[in-house]
Structures are given as C-alpha cells and as structure tokens.
Design a protein around this ligand. Structure first.
Ligand code: NAD
Length: 366
C-alpha cells in the first residue's frame, strides 16, 4: 500500500510549495493542446460571495511562476472585495502565453468552458493582456463573466473606473503627505500607460500635475504623449528620476530592495497589483522611509466595483460614486495604521480580514 504523505512532505513537494503559505479553497489547472491553452484558476476565499477576479495573459517563464502569480493575485482579490464592502470572494486566473502572439478566439472560448465548469464559484473579467473583445469570446461559453462589452449589455472596459479610484487614493495619500490633496505641481511618474495608466494621466493632466510616463511599447507612449504634455522616460531609467509620487501601473513587485534604494518619492499610489515585492519587508521599509504607500488592492478596486455593478444591474453613476469613496477608505486605513503602529498594507489587510470574519458569523445560521 502506498504510504500517505505527511503535511510536511507535501509542503516539500515543489508543486505544492507555493500553496503551503496560502489558504486557497481551490486551484484548477486547465490545459487544451488543440488551442494551446494553459491556464490556472485560483479561488482564494468565497465567504463573502463568489470569487471574482480578472484573467491575466502573460508569457510566464514557467508554470511555477504562473502559479505563484495567480495565488498572490487571487488573495489580493479577496481583500480588495472585502475592504471595498462588496459581497464577493477572491479569485483570479492566468493564461500562460504572449497575448500579442498566441491569443485566439478558440483559446479564449476554451478557457470560457473551464470557467463554466466551476458553475459560478469563479467569475472572470479583464486583466493584463485582455480586452473586452476577449471577454466577449469567453461569454460565448459561460455566463460567469463580467466586464462584457457595452453592446452585449455589459459595463465595458473597467479601466476608466479603476483609474478614477487610483486617482482618489492618490489624492488621499497626498493629503497625508503634504496636508493638501491637490496634485497641482506634483511630479508624478506613471509606470505603464496601458488601459489604466492612460486614463490616470487624463486625471493628472486635468489637475496640473507634472507628469512623467514610461512604457515598454512605443505605440502606448505615442498615444499618451500625443494627448498630453508629458515627459517620457525609458523603462530602465524610471527610478533614477526625481518624483513626488510614483504610480506603478504596469506589473507587480516594483517596490523592492533595488528600487527603494533609488526611489525619492513621498507617495506610492498606482493601479498595479502586488506592488510590494515582499509585503512585510518592503511595507515596513517604505514606512521607515516616510513614504505614504496607498495599498494597491484598496485603490485599484474601481474595476472590481464596476464589474460588481454589472452583475447587479449596471449603473455607471453608482460605480463612479463608489469608486470616489476609495478616498475615504484610504484615509481610514492610514488612520488605523497610524493609531495602531502598523504599516498601511498590514492595516488594510487587518480591516479586510475583520469584515470577512464578521460576515462569516452570519453565515453560521440562517
Ligand atoms: P495593460 O496591459 O493595459 O497596461 C499595462 C502597461 O504596462 C502596458 O502598456 C505595458 O506595455 C506596460 N508595461 C509592462 N511592463 C512595463 C515596464 N517594465 N515598464 C513600463 N511599462 C511597462 O494593463 P492595465 O489594465 O492598464 O492594468 C495595469 C495594472 O493595473 C496591472 O497590474 C493590473 O493587474 C492592474 N489593475 C488593472 C485593473 C483594470 O481595470 N484594468 C484593475 C485593477 C488592477
């Protein structure tokens, strides 16, 4: 008879290792050779409701990198929904591959079928490397999708609402740093002018911020610098710039040992998920450096708010009003962190977990 592995042995198993530090409910590996689909869906927590989180398409170096990313991202979604007062759980999906090379209708529809097999426990939406057209393909195979295009009765691209929420969170952080939430004359560096970064630049320009942008794609730089008076900096030189506010709007983990040795800002506030390479170490370090870090999952919740609104019967006004409230939520976290000697990240997680624990109590009986 085969010996049953102890928990310790299982944790040493390299495939399960990333799982051992997490509390996920379910992780699904999806593969379809005919379309070239390789994806992972991670459901972190469904106490508050079905797990909602976008699908990211990215050319991960290997499956382990993709797994680590989806586990981290789905946990962030649980906290994002909770801190935003939404009745949603946390989940996320990643498709392994370059969206500019291997994405096809068939691949996306096949992925939609995998989502459908979870019977609504996971609801997908747009993330990096995805467009509303891709969501449309997925919606041909499953109803458990949000952020659908307007012509299909959906709420369209959530990025403008995300950008508005990020802008609100940035203003709250500015208020903490400088005593005023005006961004006029503040030097703001936006890393990544994709869907969210582009709209964020619109708000910043309107308010008279001094904007610097960076992107790895020339077409994105051309588009945004054609619309606004901005400085452009090469991706590798971004942290050498003097700036008041760093707005990461590309990928995660850009607040790390290396960048913190260079960063000169007083505020970090952007859309990217998992900005702190190590939540504990770099959360603590930014606090010591006197940087006001607006926790990413708090201020980038606009897209989730918009998607939730679509599920309930879409109202753009209601979604924008709720995104505006991100200003107050961010302030509440800063105050809680200050009062309890916590980093802003830990304060935000504690408040998010508190709501989940409290709502879990009402689920104990009907
Ligand atoms: P996007 O793919 O449209 O934009 C990202 C941009 O960053 C791209 O233009 C890309 O070329 C650029 N980029 C990548 N690496 C870079 C680098 N090293 N330096 C400079 N630029 C770089 O994605 P998006 O929808 O704008 O999302 C941006 C971030 O915000 C992601 O981390 C995403 O998870 C997060 N987010 C997005 C939403 C949303 O509503 N779209 C909601 C919440 C969080």
């Amino acid at each position: 008879m085969q010996e049953v592995q102890s928990i310790d042995q299982k944790i040493q198993n390299p495939i399960l290792a990333p799982m051992s530090n997490n509390d996920h409910e379910q992780v699904v590996f999806c593969q379809d050779k005919a379309t070239g689909l390789k994806a992972i869906i991670a459901i972190h927590n469904t106490v508050l409701g079905p797990a909602l989180g976008g699908t990211r398409m990215w050319p991960y170096e290997n499956e382990m990198e993709a797994l680590k990313d989806v586990l981290r991202l789905s946990r962030g979604m649980t906290y994002k929904a909770s801190i935003s007062g939404l009745n949603l759980g946390g989940g996320k999906a990643v498709i392994i591959g370059d969206s500019r090379k291997i994405k096809s209708e068939a691949l996306l529809r096949k992925f939609g079928r995998f989502v459908d097999s979870l019977s609504g426990k996971y609801i997908t939406a747009e993330d990096v490397g995805m467009t509303t057209k891709d969501i449309e393909y997925m919606s041909m195979e499953t109803d458990h999708v949000t952020g659908k295009p307007l012509h299909l009765g959906g709420s369209g691209d959530p990025s403008p609402v995300t950008a508005f929420g990020v802008y609100m969170g940035m203003k709250a952080a500015a208020k903490k740093a400088w005593g005023s939430d005006s961004l006029e004359g503040k030097a703001v560096t936006v890393q990544g002018v994709g869907h969210v970064g582009q709209y964020l630049v619109d708000y910043l320009a309107k308010e008279g911020a001094l904007i610097t942008i960076s992107d790895i794609y020339e077409d994105r730089i051309k588009l945004v610098s054609g619309q606004h008076n901005v400085n452009v900096v090469a991706p590798e030189a971004i942290f050498d710039q003097a700036m008041d506010i760093y707005a990461p709007c590309a990928l995660g983990a850009t607040v790390n040992d290396e960048t913190l040795n260079k960063l000169s800002c007083r505020v970090i506030a952007g859309a990217a998920n998992n900005q702190l390479a190590d939540e504990k170490i770099h959360g603590e370090r930014v606090r010591e450096m006197g940087i006001h870090y607006a926790p990413d999952f708090v201020i980038n919740a606009g897209g989730l708010i918009n998607c939730f609104s679509e599920i309930q019967g879409y109202s753009s006004e209601a979604a924008m009003a709720q995104a505006e409230d991100i200003y107050n939520t961010t302030m509440r976290i800063f105050d809680f962190a200050e009062a309890n000697g916590l980093t802003n990240q830990v304060a935000a997680i504690q408040l998010a977990e508190k709501r989940i624990q409290e709502v879990a109590k009402i689920n104990q009986s009907w």
